[in-house]
Design a protein around this ligand. Structure first.
Ligand SMILES: Nc1nc2c(c(=O)[nH]1)N=C([C@H](O)[C@H](O)COP(=O)(O)OP(=O)(O)OP(=O)(O)O)CN2
Ligand SMILES: [Zn+2]
Length: 158
């Protein structure tokens, strides 16, 4: 008996219906400018670590964000989550807060936090977690800072 048959046998005994779990992703793009600079470092160290990205004039990106939720497919709606609802949450958590913003000056989270793409992914995760209807739904934030620079956050801590 394979794993699926075993699960089916167990569920028929317990009377519980097996529900498939699926990953659902929605993408959005936003434009923002920033400067890589740490308040905890000297100007010399900032320059040495961040190089051209520490230029006081800053620089911009067209960020692409992929938000993935994961959960059981509701047998009635056929959805893990309505993508129209996810769009609304992404508008509130991402677009309203970040699009056409200076990350370092306009977003309080980055006052003392370096506006790397890693920290941006953490910020988006935290903001979306506050809005989503169920805490375990959010699976992954993937940000394409450029075509070559991509960051993934799944809510892990150490
Ligand atoms: N770990 C991280 N490193 C860097 C980040 C970051 O968010 N996390 N960000 C930057 C800069 O913001 C910059 O925008 C990207 O730098 P870089 O990759 O050097 O940019 P280029 O477009 O010039 O790179 P190419 O891949 O050579 O085109 C830096 N580091
Ligand atoms: Zn940058």
């Amino acid at each position: 008996m394979n794993q699926l048959d075993k699960q089916k046998a167990e569920s028929s005994v317990s009377g519980k219906q097996l529900q498939p779990k699926v990953y659902v992703t929605k993408c959005e793009t936003f434009s923002a400018c920033h400067r890589l600079h740490s308040n905890q470092l000297s100007d010399e160290s900032n320059q040495s670590i961040f190089g051209k990205c520490n230029n006081p004039n800053g620089h911009g990106h067209n960020y692409k964000v992929e938000v993935t939720v994961y959960g059981p497919v509701d047998p009635v709606t056929g959805m893990v989550m309505n993508l129209t609802d996810l769009k609304k949450y992404m508008q509130l958590a991402i677009m309203n807060n970040l699009d056409h913003k200076n990350l370092d000056k306009d977003v309080p989270f980055f006052k003392d936090v370096v506006s790397t793409t890693e920290n941006l992914a953490v910020y988006i995760w935290d903001q979306l977690s506050l809005l989503l209807p169920s805490p375990g739904l959010l699976h992954e934030i993937k940000i394409h800072e450029t075509e070559k620079n991509i960051v993934v956050y799944r809510g892990d801590h150490c």
